[in-house]
Design a protein around this ligand. Structure first.
Ligand SMILES: Nc1nc2c(ncn2[C@@H]2O[C@H](COP(=O)(O)OP(=O)(O)OP(=O)(O)O)[C@@H](O)[C@H]2O)c(=O)[nH]1
Length: 456
């Protein structure tokens, strides 16, 4: 299974490319094709040719209805792989949709119109793709037919993008010269680009290695549900977010810090009509299991079970990267519901460290966050949670922000760093002060020592 997302500016040819892939991989039914053919004559923008974009028209009309989180998913398969495509609208205002589409993707295809080269949108999307930890970026240089399949144009865009990707630190990049409209280098290798020696797009997607480096991950089990059918049974259900667990392991319940041992692990998949008591000795991510413990410790929904030997930090003060998704600006100090894995905790943003200009990658100081803004903030919760940075675990390191009055999702974020609220030192590490704030602090400490002002 490979999940990818397509992004690019308006009219770069995303829909045409997806349509072409579905068509050439024979995922289009004859009646859909006939409809597209007749509509191409009426509405198409491609003259005699079938307008591939019309094949994915359903997506567009969904968009026009203005669904809140506006990502359309498409499925198709080749002999070797299943694909899920998240198609996100190219319009500048849709950062939030892109974030939603990108949060589960393995690969991002960034479309660039060969005539236009790298645009602001390319920079914006590349930034978000990198922020969300997508490790593979395919740069599809489209509409090559309109630049006479010029190798020079292709090389220039490739060099420009490499410079941008170096700046961001994107590791795995692939470049393909394409014509989505005519199908050059989409499924079949193009006759027009003899100088291009790599694979066409679909073959690349079909064969690329997306397995993550296998690393020993720490066990993380957010408890989703406490199953207590009778007095003799008490099991904790959930999906293992990372690592593995075995019967007899020493575990700690967070945030309470109580310790116990794993008594049994029940994997629903093992249970049969004849053996309702089936258990397994070991389970690992991403299995959904029920765990029972040797002691009657207090565990409830939203808690996290971890190995006692590898505890995450538990804190109510977190440095986060926040993407604001609401028309109403984010208010400093306002109470929001913070949903992370299976827990919901009340919290607020105490300070905006800086906002990132996603076009120039520069940091800006500001006091308010508006729609689509991305900023580093300090988040304070009313009770501590066990938290891993997003870089170590996408699931336990990410959260959404919900407005408590409207119940709308107004933001999404990633945990960057975790600190103990009590410790001034750690708190300073989380909060980033401006030069002006530091100067003011120094002035006060030098001139008014009797105020006992603490240094920042
Ligand atoms: N000549 C040429 N035209 C193309 C190519 N790919 C797409 N187009 C045309 O470019 C226009 C925009 O293509 P779309 O696929 O609708 O673009 P999009 O990126 O999906 O646009 P939005 O959905 O509005 O974001 C259409 O007229 C396409 O026919 C290509 O490779 N060559």
């Amino acid at each position: 299974m490979l999940r990818f997302l397509t992004c690019g500016s308006v009219d770069d040819g995303k829909s045409t490319l997806i349509g072409r892939m579905l068509y050439d991989s024979k995922m289009i039914f004859d009646d859909q094709l006939a409809a597209a053919e007749s509509e191409s004559n009426k509405y198409g923008t491609t003259g005699e040719k079938i307008d591939m974009a019309l094949l994915v028209d359903g997506l567009q009309s969904e968009r026009e209805q203005g669904i809140t989180i506006d990502v359309a998913y498409r499925f198709f398969a080749t002999e070797s792989r299943k694909f899920i495509i998240a198609d996100t609208p190219g319009h500048e205002q849709y950062t939030r949709n892109m974030v939603t589409g990108a949060s589960t993707a393995d690969v991002a295809i960034i479309l660039i119109d060969a005539r236009k080269g790298i645009l602001t949108q390319t920079r914006r999307h590349s930034f978000i793709v990198n922020l969300l930890g997508i490790e593979h970026v395919i740069v599809a240089i489209n509409k090559m037919d309109l630049v006479d399949f010029s190798q020079e144009v292709y090389e220039k865009i490739k060099a420009d993008y490499n410079a941008l990707a170096d700046e961001l630190g994107i590791k795995n990049r692939y470049f393909i010269p394409l014509s989505a409209l005519d199908g050059d280098n989409v499924v079949n290798k193009s006759q027009h680009t003899p100088w291009y020696e790599e694979k066409p797009l679909l073959e690349l997607l079909d064969t690329m290695d997306i397995s993550k480096e296998i690393k020993e991950e720490d066990f993380r089990f957010p408890v989703q549900y406490v199953n207590r059918p009778n007095l003799n049974f008490r099991g904790f259900c959930g999906t293992i977010a990372a690592g593995s667990v075995a019967v007899g392991d020493d575990i700690t319940v967070l945030p309470s810090g109580k310790t116990t041992k794993v008594k049994s692990i029940i994997n629903a998949g093992d249970i049969t009509e004849t053996d309702r008591e089936a258990t397994c000795k070991e389970a690992y991510a991403p299995m959904a299991v029920t765990i029972t413990t040797t002691d009657e410790v207090d565990i409830s929904r939203g808690d996290m079970l971890v190995h006692t030997a590898s505890l995450p930090r538990v804190s109510n003060a977190l440095k986060v990267m926040l993407v604001w998704m609401d028309e109403k600006p984010m208010q400093i100090g306002k109470n929001y519901d913070i949903k992370r894995a299976t827990s919901v905790v009340n919290g607020s943003f105490e300070h905006i460290n800086y906002k990132i200009d996603v076009n120039t990658y520069k940091r800006e100081q500001l006091k308010e966050l508006g729609l689509n803004d991305i900023a580093s903030c300090k988040m304070v919760l009313t009770r501590p949670i066990a938290a891993d940075p997003y870089a170590s675990n996408r699931l336990t390191g990410s959260f959404i922000v919900v407005d408590r009055m409207t119940n709308n999702t107004v933001g999404a974020g990633m945990i960057v760093d975790v600190a103990a609220r009590e410790s001034d030192k750690a708190e300073n590490a989380i909060k980033e002060y401006t030069a002006a704030e530091k100067a003011l602090n120094r002035y006060i400490r030098e001139n008014f020592p009797e105020w006992g002002c603490r240094g920042v």
